[in-house]
Design a binder for this molecule. Sequence first.
Ligand SMILES: [Zn+2]
Ligand SMILES: [Zn+2]
Length: 124
Amino acid sequence: MARTLAAAGRDLLDHPAPHLTTVLLAGSAVLTDGRSSMPRAVEELVRALIGRGATGMALPRCGECGKTSLLHGRRGQVRICSVCAGRQAPCGRCGRHRRVAYRDRHGQQRCRRCPPTTHTGRVP
Ligand SMILES: [Zn+2]
Ligand SMILES: [Zn+2]
């Protein structure tokens, strides 16, 4: 028999994480609606709960292709999978359609030729 969300939740309370508790207090719907805006901490919680046999939860879906892949990319508030993140997008500096190689401080995509001056070297 599948374990309930409540039972899985009680397991987690053995090792409570303050930020997760805050999220859960905000509403358990965040665990079940599979929104691409699901915060990373919540996604990890959902993965952990599903791994413990909990049902009724949904992993976040990519905001562009809708797959429940690992969402390593982001467009604004929407999280996207690495496949979509690797797609070409207009560069925030030169305006050419190119593969996104950098993000500047404001989250604007930049092509390989236009690295932000203070970029972190993080590839989306
Ligand atoms: Zn995608
Ligand atoms: Zn560029």
